[in-house]
Design a protein around this ligand. Structure first.
Ligand SMILES: *Cc1c(COP(=O)(O)O)cnc(C)c1O
Ligand code: SF4
Length: 353
């Protein structure tokens, strides 16, 4: 018996995986091809040259599991003809990623030593984070988990048993964070299986989702998911990961956030400070304003985790601090995110001061 395929699952299956299609859809065909660019059906990621002079499509192709992935709904919010569009920059594989930069490695936040059970990271008091799946609806080039060995530490493989046993045996844990990958790429049936077990644990008072789907694939917030939410006994927090106001400027996103808000979900946002995407006071002010207009509060603004392949996105702390000070001078305190860095081995996210 196969489960019914939902609208969002069909949209995800039809997401853009071929850089050539993305460029065509955005009218970015300025340079003649001198390499076949299609990544379709290959185990390769095509990296475009970051220098317009070299010709974007003169890029080389390298084997990689972290291929381009972008849903149509998200692509529709990109500005045609603009190589510097802040949404495009987040998903476009550039040859900058191939640079080896000292200090940028494969596990920048020390996840591996914190694995206490299959897919369970327990770093901080009172809360555990579950790597529920390796799948995402979009591949963000700056992602700190782009090298995470999902296949070896994924609770789904063991039908959640290891994770549930750990949580059950640790009464100090109050909050369970579903992360990934993106937990909302799991079907409602799979989520219900896990959440049902969690409901039976009196010490768990909060369930938190960290997900980019309300932003990149808003159709995920459908009637079935809302029904699932309504059945959760605990308080529900959802941290959406929006980095730019333009990501929120679409009816489907606004409807999804409104539905979550109506369902009683506490909505927070976590962003990453990214060179060429949101590294200005104006971009951050616009993001906070747009979030609050959709009833989402800014939570964290992360400085980049130093993951191999993402060095070109880094904004140094010496620049991040005055930027945030600029934001503070423009907005009420509740719209100013906390500027933090994740430091391996620390007991909480570390404030950047
Ligand atoms: C970031 C993170 C959390 C959540 O931290 P908060 O400060 O509660 O938002 C929890 N567990 C792990 C392993 C994390 O990396
Ligand atoms: S885990 Fe989050 S940041 Fe990383 S690729 Fe997936 S959606 Fe993007």
């Amino acid at each position: 018996m196969s489960a019914k395929v939902t609208v969002w699952q069909r949209e995800l299956a039809g997401a853009v995986r071929d850089p050539l299609l993305l460029m065509q859809a955005l009218g970015l065909e300025e340079t003649p091809p001198n390499l076949p660019l299609s990544g379709e059906g290959q185990e390769e990621t095509v990296f475009l040259s970051s220098s317009p002079d070299k010709g974007r499509r003169g890029g080389v192709s390298f084997s990689s599991l972290f291929k381009l992935l972008v849903p149509h709904s998200y692509m529709a919010r990109m500005k045609p003809g603009d190589w510097n569009d802040p949404l495009l920059r987040q998903v476009l594989p550039l040859d900058d990623e191939l640079q080896v930069v000292e200090g940028f490695n494969h596990d920048p936040v020390g996840d591996q030593p914190s694995l206490v059970a299959d897919g369970v990271l327990h770093k901080y008091h009172g809360r555990v984070l579950l790597v529920t799946t390796g799948a995402c609806a979009v591949h963000c080039r700056y992602c700190f988990r782009r090298h995470f060995p999902y296949s070896e530490s994924n609770p789904v493989k063991g039908e959640w048993e290891g994770a549930l046993a750990y949580i059950r045996a640790n009464p100090d844990v109050r909050e369970v964070i579903l992360s990934g990958g993106d937990p909302l790429t799991l079907s409602d049936e799979r989520l219900a299986l896990f959440l049902g077990q969690l409901a039976a644990m009196p010490h768990i008072t909060r369930v938190r989702f960290h997900t980019r789907l309300p932003v990149v694939l808003p159709s995920r917030i459908d009637a079935g998911f809302l029904q699932l939410l309504a059945g959760i006994r605990q308080q529900v927090v959802m941290v959406i990961h929006a980095n730019h106001a333009q990501e929120l400027a679409a009816d489907d996103v606004q409807q999804a956030l409104a539905a979550l808000h109506s369902a009683g979900v506490t909505l927070l946002n976590q962003a990453v400070l990214l060179r060429g995407v949101n590294d200005s006071v104006q971009a951050q002010v616009d993001l906070s304003e747009s979030l609050f207009a959709q009833r989402v509060l800014p939570y964290y603004l992360h400085v980049l985790d130093r993951v191999a392949g993402a060095a070109h996105f880094e904004v140094p702390e010496s620049e991040a601090l005055p930027l945030l000070e600029g934001v503070r001078q423009r907005l009420p305190g509740f719209l100013v995110p906390k500027l933090v860095r994740e430091v391996a081995g620390e007991k909480a996210k570390t404030p950047v001061v």
